[in-house]
Ligand binder design. Structure first.
Ligand code: ZN
Length: 292
């Protein structure tokens, strides 16, 4: 009940029109969640969670890039901690469970441990990673990248959102920049509960699954240059039309992904989701195509 209440309360934050839906068919795309990093709505959700953490006596600390950690000590000091958590920011028009489920589930796990008087040997750390979705500051996994040392702190803090506000300014405005330094060497295990974002478990009516591997993403932005010309007067054999080449690339990517998925029995996918044809008129042979 507590767990569900938290999910519902958080689901209201950053929503233009709150509406309870029972199935995916009832989802209205205009009624999604707008809780991108650095906004009052995202901050509200973080403050809500911080309050719940403090309520149960956890020690809440914020690091220099805005990642939030809440610690429950263990009975043995020489054991590495168990970390569990996720994120609270959303994509534009996002779903209410994405990220939230992982944070709230970790919180509820600690509450249950407390209720049952269980004494955990290992310390437990609940984590809320800042800017996981990259919707505001245009880089995904922003908080975690700094945490693992794959992105420079100063570089991250200088990143700007669409309103020209830097991450540093945004975090300072909402009092969400701290000076805590999490040492990942002290963390032994990490568990994240996440809502399924594909259709498979849902289709099979399986309520939970364990992730065995995770999608490795490769983004390719291609620029194809040809020769812009009159459509009516340029004979076929003299054309250098980059859109024809782009079309072949789309078909090839699709074919290769299907072949790889079949061969590996896995879920290899390939998507071309963007194509900008320049100059983009029916009576002109395109000169340039940008695709990704
Ligand atoms: Zn997520």
């Amino acid at each position: 009940k507590r767990w569900k209440e938290d999910l519902i309360r958080l689901g209201e934050m950053g929503r233009k029109n709150f509406q309870r839906v029972e199935s995916q068919q009832q989802l209205d795309n205009d009624k999604g969640l707008y809780r991108i990093e650095g906004t009052p709505a995202c901050t509200k959700s973080k403050k809500y969670v911080i309050e719940r953490m403090k309520e149960i006596g956890l020690k809440v600390q914020i690091d220099r890039v805005g990642n939030i950690f809440a610690r429950k000590d263990g009975t043995k000091t020489d054991k590495g901690s168990v970390m569990s958590g996720s994120h609270l920011d959303s994509v534009l028009n996002g779903g209410m469970f994405d990220g939230v489920l992982g944070v709230v589930s970790a919180l509820e796990a600690v509450r249950r441990i407390n209720d049952e008087g269980f004494e955990n040997e290992r310390p437990i750390e609940i984590s809320v990673f800042m800017g996981e979705e990259g919707s505001a500051f245009k880089k995904v996994l922003l908080g975690s990248l700094v945490l693992v040392g794959k992105l420079d702190l100063a570089e991250a803090l200088a990143m700007k959102d669409d309103n020209g506000i830097s991450l540093k300014e945004a975090l300072d405005t909402y009092g969400l920049r701290g000076d805590f330094e999490m040492n990942l060497n002290d963390v032994e295990y990490f568990i994240e509960t996440h809502v399924e974002q594909g259709p498979l478990l849902d289709q099979e009516k399986i309520s939970i699954g364990v992730v065995e591997n995770i999608t490795g993403m490769l983004w390719i932005h291609a620029f194809l240059a040809g020769e812009e010309n009159h459509a009516g007067t340029t004979p076929m054999f003299t054309r250098r039309d980059p859109l024809i080449a782009a079309a072949e690339i789309v078909l090839l990517a699709n074919k290769l992904a299907k072949k790889m998925a079949k061969r590996s029995g896995g879920n290899t996918v390939a998507t071309v989701g963007q194509m900008v044809v320049d100059p983009g008129a029916p009576n002109i042979i395109p000169g340039r195509v940008r695709m990704g």
